[in-house]
Write a protein that binds this ligand. Structure first.
Ligand SMILES: CCCCC/C=C/C(=O)SCCNC(=O)CCNC(=O)[C@H](O)C(C)(C)COP(=O)(O)OP(=O)(O)OC[C@H]1O[C@@H](n2cnc3c(N)ncnc32)[C@H](O)[C@@H]1OP(=O)(O)O
Ligand code: NDP
Length: 290
């Protein structure tokens, strides 16, 4: 049986218009989970700003969000570059005024055995996932602190922040940093009215997933007997969690990371299946020095 299916797409736990007149800035909001999150804010009346590198992804955001009638601004931005983030926030202000909510969703990832990872591969993933997340939070907070206005930040994480992630050493380390940052920034910026939380998706397959990550999930499917929930996540479930965390109804929730994964990361057994090395999982032979 597993955990029941959620209400249909289009339903909402929050009152209609909860975000009317509010602006939500979503990094990586043109694909996958970021787009699903942006969509739920749009349904609740928010103006959306979507920032990422590729025009095709920004176009997808405009197309999806336009269907809700929301006002949308897309901005080309590489979150590794602080000056591009400043310019993206300037563009947001020009269109709608200062963003009230920041969804730090953009990240980078690919599976690779740690011993094979190049220094630049490590740097690239950490730079986008950890440094980029901090740079966006910093830009958002400095503007609010200077103006004396409240705001809400939601950082998207991953459960291997707690457990480690074999095959994903770069991303797991970066996400551990992201989770830790939530706890620090919530305390530093709470006195100024800025709420900082984390949101961790479990398994949420989607059509925009990169081929190598999809390949890693080859054994999963809609009704997944390997998950305690006996199913994977539905994108709207993550969107609803994000809209709650950033809403007036969660103002006293700060410094918290909410895991939306049907308890998958808690799964433990006294006896585990045989170890399959990351190299074996990826069909690679023994490591040899180049
Ligand atoms: C299964 C559970 C997963 C749970 C958590 C899930 C997390 C996510 O899904 S995060 C979102 C995933 N989506 C993306 O990563 C989309 C954005 N990704 C990208 O743009 C690229 O994949 C990027 C991360 C590589 C960044 O692009 P770019 O800045 O253009 O970087 P380069 O192409 O120049 O590569 C830099 C460096 O990394 C090496 N590299 C790239 N891909 C791989 C790979 N598949 N395996 C090993 N190494 C890779 C590349 O070779 C470069 O290193 P050097 O050659 O040493 O210069
Ligand atoms: N899908 C899942 O099951 C899980 C996802 N997550 C997390 O959820 C979030 C979204 O993942 P998902 O939707 O699956 O991934 P996607 O690959 O679909 O999305 C990643 C987004 O980040 C943007 N991005 C990447 N690099 C940069 C950059 N340097 N500057 C600006 N934007 C960038 C991309 O846009 P562009 O290419 O246009 O720059 C893209 O829209 C991530 O934080 C991920 O770690 C965590 C656990 C599981």
């Amino acid at each position: 049986m597993g955990l029941p299916e959620p209400p249909a797409l289009g339903a909402s736990a929050l009152p209609a218009g909860t975000y009317a007149g509010r602006t939500v800035f979503v990094t990586g909001g043109g694909t996958g989970l970021g787009r699903a999150i942006a969509l739920e804010f749009a349904r609740l009346g928010a103006n959306l700003v979507v920032a990422s590198r590729k025009e095709e992804h920004l176009a997808a955001a405009r197309e999806t969000l336009a269907e809700t009638g929301a006002k949308v601004r897309t901005v080309s931005c590489d979150i590794r570059e602080p000056e591009q983030i400043t310019a993206a926030f300037d563009a947001a202000v020009e269109s709608f005024g200062p963003p009230d909510v920041l969804i730090n969703n953009a990240a980078a990832n690919f599976p690779v055995p740690a011993e094979e990872m190049s220094p630049n591969a490590w740097r690239t993933v950490v730079d986008i996932t950890l440094n980029g997340t901090y740079f966006c939070a910093r830009e958002f907070a400095r503007r609010h602190l200077a103006a004396g206005t409240p705001g809400s930040i939601v950082n998207i994480g991953a459960s291997y922040a707690w457990t480690g992630g074999p095959g994903f050493a770069h991303s797991a380390a970066a996400k551990a940093g992201v989770k830790n940052m939530v706890e620090t920034l919530a305390v530093e910026w709470g006195p100024y009215g800025i709420q900082v939380n984390g949101l961790v998706p479990g398994l949420f397959p989607h059509e925009d997933m990169t081929a190598d990550i999809k390949g890693n999930l080859a054994g999963t499917h809609d009704k997944d007997p390997c998950q305690p929930a006996m199913r994977v996540g539905r994108l709207r479930e993550l969107g609803w969690a994000a809209t709650f965390l950033a809403s007036p109804y969660a103002r006293f929730v700060s410094g918290h990371t909410l895991v939306v994964d049907g308890a998958n990361w808690q799964r433990r057994g006294l006896v585990n299946p045989p170890v399959v090395t990351v190299r074996q999982q990826m069909g690679k032979g023994p490591f040899v020095l180049p």
